[in-house]
Design a protein around this ligand. Structure first.
Ligand SMILES: Nc1ncnc2c1ncn2[C@@H]1O[C@H](COP(=O)(O)OP(=O)(O)OP(=O)(O)O)[C@@H](O)[C@H]1O
Ligand SMILES: [Mg+2]
Length: 593
């Protein structure tokens, strides 16, 4: 689909605005041309014909045409703005909607700065094309058609003489094709600047902590220089074409004065006709110069629309297929059957089998990078399994409506994200309209109430983006409270208590056991103390389940779990690595506990 055809999709809703804009453009043209025609007639009848009594009539006509021309221009511009702003409003909404539907894999491969540029710079380029270039193109075409018609009616020979410059203009216009490439490169460079800036804002503490300011500055300067170079390349490309084009266009004046003056002297043209043509000449000259700008804007529009359409056409891989379960309650039975998973080519989970009944607690433990988060990512369908299947309530999750499923799963993620909003709004994020009492209740359960009350505005305290202003443990507790408030059937806690002290962790564990005993709980941790009481503990290493069972069974097994447990810290990240062979088992574990 061409970029223009694509744009039409967003403009067709504004047909009435387009029609009005066209009508007022025609009126504008009419009143623009009325002026030189009036002037020509004025010269012939008033100045040369001596009918001075008509002077005031001409003057009033001229004023009327001026006022009407400006009024038409005003209304036309208003229609164009309505059309462009409306189309961009819809386009941005469409893009944002697409962004919210795209899955984790898309974001794994995209740079935030680049995505931001598509929603801001690129949509702005499209808006400028709609409100500036398209109306200008229509207007210039009208000027040319009416201009040439009037000029031909005055003098065919004089008009034809102006076409001498046509071949030069055609050749130069053709060369404008090269400019599109320049725009694409400028667009890439600008997105790079955005990305570096965005990363430096988000990661400014890391930059400072590692003293990498100069390195980041260099990186920015490099991106900035690239933008500068690409912009200069564009300037040079323009300079090769723009000034020669303007020169050619200006030559029409020379031709007119030379040949028109000659015709005037010979009496082939009246003074009034000469004045009229002189007044209309710009209508031929200006469009040619304006086309240079329009072509430039067009190429910018095409470059931006290609980027926007890439985002618009991106399809989420995680979709509803054959939905068997929708809008129903989920009990919370989870089963993995021969599940393997790879991020692109990198296989990170290998033949995972386990099963957990509603209300049970499962602990997933293992050293960093062993695949713990990946297991729970599969339960929420942030990614789809590469082999095997995940079942919830004995239904393959691919057959459960995604929204229904996620409604019953609450996820306190390892990578905590808090919005720059009040504490209360952050906790109530998943349950809009939750009462203050409920928010306080879950905050107490997550042992967050006390520290919240010590903040300047309590629950109304506004926290910075990503929870800046709070400690790691405080952010973890808010994230846990947010998950608890959702009152899910399945509660996933990914490393949620790693930054809290043992005492707090113990308190949270007890609360979960007492108040959330009917929920299926998946607790991911490094420390054995975090999962010791779970009904089933899976020990993951390098994508394999190497050991499983409850704490007592695992201790009896006398394997890796036991060795870590009896290690001073009971922490998988601090204990010696696993020395066994993979996989530890080949049989289908299936049966659960
Ligand atoms: N989005 C991703 N794209 C590619 N590889 C990934 C991605 N996320 C994780 N990995 C890789 O998958 C493996 C398992 O990662 P995962 O996050 O599941 O580990 P983990 O056990 O949760 O580790 P940790 O204890 O540090 O949180 C790691 O080797 C990691 O590098
Ligand atoms: Mg993890």
């Amino acid at each position: 689909m061409s970029s223009l055809k694509w744009l039409f999709k967003y403009l067709k809703k504004y047909k009435w605005a387009a029609a009005l804009a066209l009508i007022f453009t025609l009126l504008q043209v009419l009143f623009v041309f009325a002026q030189p025609l009036l002037l020509g007639s004025f010269v012939d009848h008033v100045i040369k014909g001596g009918k001075f009594n008509l002077l005031w009539r001409y003057a009033s006509f001229l004023i009327c045409t001026l006022v009407l021309k400006e009024a038409s221009t005003y209304i036309k511009q208003l229609c164009c703005e309505r059309m462009s702003q409306g189309a961009i409003l819809n386009l941005r909404n469409t893009l944002f909607d697409k962004l919210s539907k795209l899955d984790a894999e898309f974001f794994d491969h995209s740079r935030t700065g680049d995505i931001m540029a598509r929603l801001t710079e690129d949509t702005e380029a499209v808006r400028m094309f709609i409100s500036g270039s398209i109306p200008s193109f229509v207007l210039q075409i009208c000027y040319i058609i009416v201009g040439f018609t009037v000029m031909f009616s005055v003098s065919i020979k004089l008009t034809l003489s102006l076409f001498v410059i046509a071949p030069f203009v055609a050749v130069l216009s053709f060369k404008w094709q090269s400019v599109r490439k320049s725009f694409m490169l400028i667009r890439e460079a600008s997105s790079e600047i955005n990305s570096v800036t965005q990363e430096n804002i988000s990661g400014n503490r890391v930059v400072k902590a590692y003293g990498r300011e100069n390195y980041e500055l260099e990186k920015f300067e490099k991106a900035n220089k690239k933008y500068f170079d690409k912009s200069m390349d564009y300037c040079f490309a323009w300079m090769k074409i723009g000034p020669p084009m303007n020169f050619c266009v200006s030559m029409t004046n020379v031709i007119f004065i030379g040949y028109g003056g000659y015709m005037l002297m010979k009496g082939a043209l009246t003074m009034g006709q000469f004045t009229t043509v002189e007044g209309i000449l710009w209508c031929i000259v200006q469009p040619m110069a304006a086309f240079v700008n329009i072509v430039m804007q067009y190429h910018r529009f095409v470059a931006s629309s290609i980027k926007i359409r890439k985002l618009e056409d991106a399809e989420p891989k995680i979709k509803n297929h054959k939905v068997l379960i929708k809008d129903t309650f989920i009990d919370g039975k989870i089963e993995f059957k021969n599940v393997s998973f790879a991020y692109e080519d990198k296989k990170v989970l290998k033949t995972i089998n386990f099963s957990v009944k509603p209300g049970q607690t499962i602990g997933i433990i293992g050293p960093t990078g062993s695949g713990k988060t990946t297991v729970v990512n599969l339960i929420s369908r942030f990614y789809d399994v590469t082999e095997g299947a995940v079942y919830i309530d004995d239904v393959n999750i691919k057959n459960i409506d995604i929204t229904t499923m996620r409604k019953h799963i609450a996820f306190a993620m390892q990578d905590i994200f808090l919005f720059s909003d009040t504490i209360e709004a952050n906790i109530a994020y998943g349950v809009p309209g939750a009462s203050h009492e409920d928010v306080v209740r879950v905050a107490k359960a997550a042992d967050a109430h006390e520290f919240i009350m010590n903040l300047s505005d309590g629950y109304d305290t506004i926290i910075g983006e990503r929870g800046v202003g709070l400690s790691g443990g405080q952010r973890q507790r808010l994230s846990l409270a947010r998950a608890l408030l959702k009152n899910p059937s399945i509660l996933i806690l990914d490393d949620t208590t790693s930054a809290v002290d043992m005492e707090t962790e113990f308190f949270i564990q007890n609360t979960l056991n007492d108040e959330y005993s009917d929920k299926t709980k998946i607790i991911i941790a490094h420390r054995i103390s975090s999962v010791k009481n779970a009904d089933l503990i899976l020990v993951l290493n390098n994508g394999y389940i190497i050991e499983w069972g409850n704490h007592e069974q695992l201790i009896k097994e006398n394997g890796y779990y036991k060795s870590v447990c009896f290690d001073q810290l009971g922490d998988f990240n601090k204990a010696p690595g696993y020395k066994g062979n993979y996989p530890r088992f080949n049989v289908d574990f299936g049966g659960g506990i």
